[in-house]
Design a protein around this ligand. Structure first.
Ligand SMILES: NC(=O)c1ccc[n+]([C@@H]2O[C@H](COP(=O)([O-])OP(=O)(O)OC[C@H]3O[C@@H](n4cnc5c(N)ncnc54)[C@H](OP(=O)(O)O)[C@@H]3O)[C@@H](O)[C@H]2O)c1
Length: 337
C-alpha cells in the first residue's frame, strides 16, 4: 500500500494543558495489521478528556509511551482485516490512534450498530462512550428516581448534556452547570433542563440553595475541582454523588473533596468507569435510540475538520467556557457524514 499516513506523535508528556509542545503531527509509517488486528481508515476521532489522563499515568489502560502515535477512540472504515468477524468496508468504532490510518484489535472494538438513518457521527454523539456513560451513570449508578433533584456539571458537554436529558426522562428536576450564557440557554431552551447555572459568573452554592432548599439528591460530577466542594455543601440528607470525571485537575490541581458536609449529610459517593459496565451497552443503546426517535432526547456533535486541527480542538475540552457544545469530534475524512 502506497498511501500516506500522518499521526500525532507524543514527543513529551504535557505540562498542564500545553498540548502543542507535547504532541506533533508527523508523517508516520502505514501500520501493518498482525494476527487479530485490522487496518482502519479514520473518519472521525472522538476527543475525550480521558485522553489527557492516558498521557499522565497508567489507568484502566497503560500510559501512552513517548514516541507513540497518540491513542484515542476512532470511528472508521476497515481497509484490511486479520480479525475474525470483521471485513474490509465495515464501519467500526474502537480503540485506535490520532492518525489517518490506525490499527484496531478486538479489545473495545465494535461494528457500528444500525444507526436507523441517523448521521454517522451519532455513533459518538448519541451512542458509544458518551451515551453509555450517561445512561449507566444515571440509571444504574445514581438510580435516579422521579421527584429527585439532579445536578450535573460539564452539562453542555457530551456526557453532561445526555445525563441531564436522561434524568428528565426519569422524572427528575435537572440543574445543569456550564461555563457560558450560551451554553446555559442551550440547556434550558433546547434540551429541557429546568435550570442552568453559569459557574463562571454566578455563585453556584448560593443559586443551588435558592433553587432547591431541600438540597440536591444527586450530583453527577463530570469535572471535579472547586465545583465539587461547592455542590457537596448543598446535598440533601442521604444524597448521592456520582464521580464520573475529574478533568478540572489537569489545568489547576485544586482542593481535595471536603468530607465534612459528606459526613454530616450521610452522602454516598461512588465513582464508576464505563469499562466495568460494557454488559449494559446493548440496553443503553436501545433506550437511547428509542428516546432519540421519539424526540425525547437530543444529541449534538461539534465537528472540527482536519486531522491537523486535532490538538487545538482537544484544548477546548480543558478550557472553561470554550464554545463547543455536545460531542467534540475531528472529521479526518472530509467525505464522512
Ligand atoms: N467514568 C467514565 O467511564 C467516563 C466516560 C466518559 C467520560 N468521562 C468523564 O466525563 C467528563 C465529561 O466528558 P465529556 O466527554 O462529556 O467532555 P465535555 O463535557 O464534552 O467537555 C468538557 C467540558 O467541561 C467543562 N470544563 C472544562 N474544564 C472545567 C473546569 N475546570 N471546571 C468546570 N468545567 C470545566 C468545559 O465546559 P464549560 O464551558 O461548561 O466549562 C468543557 O467543554 C470528563 O471528566 C470525562 O473524563 C468519564
Amino acid at each position: 500500500m502506497n498511501k500516506a499516513n500522518r499521526g500525532w506523535v507524543l514527543e513529551s508528556y504535557p505540562v498542564g494543558t500545553d498540548f502543542e509542545s507535547a504532541l506533533k503531527l508527523r508523517d508516520i509509517a502505514m501500520p501493518e495489521p498482525g494476527p487479530g488486528q485490522m487496518l482502519v481508515r479514520s473518519l472521525y476521532l472522538s476527543l475525550d478528556p480521558a485522553n489527557r489522563g492516558w498521557m499522565m499515568m497508567p489507568t484502566y489502560i497503560p500510559q501512552v509511551p513517548l514516541g507513540a502515535t497518540m491513542w484515542g477512540f476512532v470511528l472508521g472504515r476497515v481497509e484490511r482485516s486479520n480479525l475474525p468477524g470483521f471485513a474490509a468496508g465495515d464501519l467500526v468504532s474502537g480503540f485506535g490512534a490520532w492518525a489517518d490510518y490506525c490499527l484496531m484489535g478486538a479489545d473495545m472494538t465494535n461494528k457500528l450498530p444500525d444507526l436507523g438513518g441517523l448521521p454517522l457521527y451519532a455513533a459518538q454523539s448519541l451512542f458509544g462512550l458518551s451515551g453509555g456513560t450517561a445512561y449507566v451513570g444515571v440509571v444504574d449508578i445514581a438510580k435516579a428516581k422521579a421527584g429527585e433533584v439532579l445536578v450535573v456539571s460539564g452539562a453542555a458537554g457530551s456526557v453532561g448534556s445526555l445525563v441531564g436529558q436522561i434524568a428528565k426522562i426519569q422524572g427528575c428536576t435537572v440543574i445543569g452547570i456550564a461555563g457560558s450564557p450560551e451554553k446555559c440557554t442551550w440547556l434550558t431552551d433546547e434540551l429541557g433542563f429546568d435550570h442552568a447555572i453559569d459557574y463562571r459568573s454566578e455563585d453556584v452554592a448560593a443559586r443551588l440553595k435558592a433553587l432547591c432548599p431541600k438540597g440536591v439528591d444527586i450530583y453527577f460530577d463530570n469535572v471535579g475541582g472547586p465545583l465539587t466542594n461547592a455542590i457537596a455543601s448543598c446535598m440533601a440528607l442521604r444524597g448521592r454523588i456520582v464521580l464520573c470525571g475529574s478533568m478540572a485537575k489537569f489545568a489547576n490541581p485544586g482542593p481535595e473533596l471536603d468530607l465534612g458536609p459528606i459526613l454530616l449529610n450521610r452522602v454516598t459517593v461512588q465513582g464508576f468507569i464505563l469499562i466495568d459496565h460494557f454488559d449494559r451497552l446493548d440496553a443503553a443503546n436501545a433506550a437511547l435510540a428509542d428516546w432519540a426517535a421519539s424526540g425525547k432526547l437530543k444529541h449534538k456533535a461539534d465537528i472540527v475538520d482536519g486531522l491537523e486541527n486535532t490538538v487545538a480542538a482537544f484544548r477546548m475540552l480543558f478550557t472553561p467556557g470554550a464554545p463547543h457544545m455536545g460531542k467534540l469530534l475531528v472529521r479526518v475524512d472530509p467525505a464522512a457524514l
